[in-house]
Design a protein around this ligand. Sequence first.
Ligand SMILES: C[S@@+](CC[C@H](N)C(=O)[O-])C[C@H]1O[C@@H](n2cnc3c(N)ncnc32)[C@H](O)[C@@H]1O
Length: 230
Amino acid sequence: MTQRIIPIESAVFLREEQWPTAGIDAAFPRKQPLWLEIGCGIGDFIVQLAARHPDRNYLAIDIYNKGCLKTCRRVEQNRLDNVRVMRAEARYLLDRFIPLQSLFGVIINCPDPWPKKRHRGRRLVNNHFLELLRCYLAPGGEFFFATDFADYAEMVADIIPAVTGYENLQAAVCSTDLGDYPISKYMRRFLEMGQPIYLFHYRRAAQLAPELLQPPEFEKGFRLRWLAHG
Ligand SMILES: C[S@@+](CC[C@H](N)C(=O)[O-])C[C@H]1O[C@@H](n2cnc3c(N)ncnc32)[C@H](O)[C@@H]1O
């Protein structure tokens, strides 16, 4: 589906060509640990988290132009100086821009569930993605994954224990007790319908063999289709 691209003029929006040659720290007023939210939607989650943690920098990305626009507006309305927004595909961003072992945290909330069996291969979080992400997480870097879709939770619960380098920070493989985890638009929608959100909280192991820190090739069939419309 072609997106109607609305130009984003916000000062918190970062275009690819504006990525600082000195590195992403230069895009923020303070050099602080960098966290990444993938698929930020309308930005309601990131503004809550960034307000709680002014001592972290957050990069919020989405492939959805209008979502980026709304996220920028929310960041500005909340006067947060520790959030930057970029329209980018997650794997492309990691590959092109993010230094290896540099992310202190990565968050993915309610990614597209691809409910049909024949479309499961399109899910973002899979074995390949976890191996890729492992290379960009700093030692001890945290990974949060929340999904409303039980089948997606089951799939990740099956694969993540077998991916070397991730340590579970919860008693069970995932939990429906969200504690003080901020609630995103999609999470709220499902919670209000009485449905659970499955939350995973892992961290990258402190020590990893060098061969586990070599990013795998893009998956066969991976295309940056959205770029054609950007
Ligand atoms: C179902 S929405 C959830 C939005 C938000 N996280 C929430 O919980 O309210 C999924 C979002 O992920 C974005 N998205 C999907 N695949 C992506 C990818 N590969 N890279 C970046 N964003 C992606 C979509 O554009 C969409 O805005």
